[in-house]
Ligand binder design. Structure first.
Ligand code: ZN
Length: 393
């Protein structure tokens, strides 16, 4: 509608002395165009006086949009085809035929809806109209669509306001040096800007657990170290988290009342301030997974990797990056690299571009910081990739 109205403005201006058209609308051509743009509907005389621009011109070019990022298998997206005549005018109402070069992997409907069935590609999806055609290349990649479709907006909510809050408290008991922590930590939304006094260890730990809860759907049978989903795996391995007043504590686990509690020191204001946004929270989730992997128990730590090569060095290495038996650093690398390449899809591409870039760069940096933690068979360098996991909410 807006494009058509713009065309009419130009046409009226070009006609200049078309007094008939002006008289009909009681003013200048601009007024007439404004009336039509606003949907006033008094445009019959204008339409009669000006030849419609999209009447008989043949289709000259077809442009398919959007250029899609690699699509995660099982997802759907809608493409559009923009048709123009030789003069560059937009054409509407013409028949369009859609085809896929590999419909077994990526089908396309008559309406331009593509469905990713199987990993492969790049696959060409073409739109043809009156002999002209345009196309896009789309790859289908492996991945898990989790329950988080837009991580950035997801993080605005306080964990205490979430419908899952009661489940989080029931599944993970919070303790302070062994003493149960009662009550709900105060939190004023948005979570990302709570005063530092509200951003307690209790609050950010609950936010990390909330992320795990919603990231879990779809992960069943897709995590290399367990057949469980992420959240059930975490909460069946430990009974809770024991916050320690003593500094420098991060281990699995304390035995309290005969049950296992993952132990960690209370954090400084400076460290907690970093837990407002995805980079800090995701690092904590990866660390939680590291420690809780010890409760499986996963392979123990050794030395002899590039980061700790000497027999006298701390035991800061995994024996191998073995997907059939991942150690704790392997779990961290796997999570961070999967966030970076979008195969654990949480809607990072739905954030504003600069934010998405920051999140991806952080995940790449974190993942690659673990590569020197393996004695043999270190994993490859992680890279960022913006995948398509469905429309942003
Ligand atoms: Zn460890």
């Amino acid at each position: 509608m807006r494009l058509l109205a713009l065309t009419l403005v130009l046409a009226v201006a070009a006609c200049g002395g078309d007094g008939g058209a002006r008289a009909t609308d009681g003013g200048s051509g601009d007024d007439a165009a404004r009336a039509r743009d606003g949907g006033a509907g008094d445009g019959a005389a204008i339409d009669a006086a000006i030849v419609p621009v999209d009447a008989p011109a043949p289709v000259a070019t077809v442009t398919v949009t959007p250029m899609l990022a690699p699509m995660i298998v099982t997802t759907e997206a809608t493409l559009a085809a923009e048709l123009r005549d030789a003069g560059g005018n937009l054409l509407r109402g013409r028949a369009i035929a859609w085809t896929s070069s590999d419909p077994a992997r990526l089908s396309v409907s008559a309406a331009g809806v593509v469905h990713a069935f199987a990993v492969g590609g790049p696959i060409e999806v073409s739109a043809t109209s009156e002999g002209a055609h345009g196309s896009v290349m789309i790859s289908v990649v492996d991945g898990v669509i989790t329950g988080i479709t837009d991580i950035r907006s997801f993080l605005a909510r306080c964990p205490t306001n979430d419908p899952a809050y009661a489940a989080l408290r029931a599944d993970f008991e919070l303790r302070a040096d062994g003493v149960p922590i009662a009550g709900d930590p105060p939190c004023t939304e948005p979570y990302s800007t709570v005063p530092i006094a509200q951003l307690t260890d209790e609050l950010y730990v609950l936010q990390v657990l909330r992320i795990a809860y919603y990231m879990s759907p779809g992960t069943e049978s897709h995590l290399p170290w367990t057949s469980l989903g992420l959240y059930p795996w975490l909460h069946t391995r430990v009974s809770g988290i024991n916050l320690k007043a003593a500094p420098g504590q991060l281990y699995c686990c304390d035995q309290l009342d005969g049950r296992l509690f993952f132990a960690m020191s209370r954090q400084s204001d400076f460290s907690r301030d970093f837990k407002r946004d995805w980079p800090g929270l995701s690092g904590s989730l990866a660390f939680f997974a590291h420690e809780i992997r010890h409760a499986d128990p996963g392979p123990g730590h050794v030395n002899g990797c590039p980061a700790f090569p000497q027999p006298s060095d701390p035991l800061g290495c995994d024996p191998s990056y073995d997907l059939a038996n991942l150690g704790s650093y392997g779990v961290q690398y796997w999570l961070e690299s999967s966030w970076a390449n979008g195969s654990l899809y949480i809607g990072i591409p739905c954030a504003p571009p600069a934010v998405a870039q920051t999140y991806l760069a952080n995940a790449v940096q974190e993942a690659n910081s673990f590569i020197n933690r393996f004695v043999t068979n270190a994993p490859p360098t992680a890279t960022a990739r913006r995948t398509y996991g469905g429309p942003c909410p």
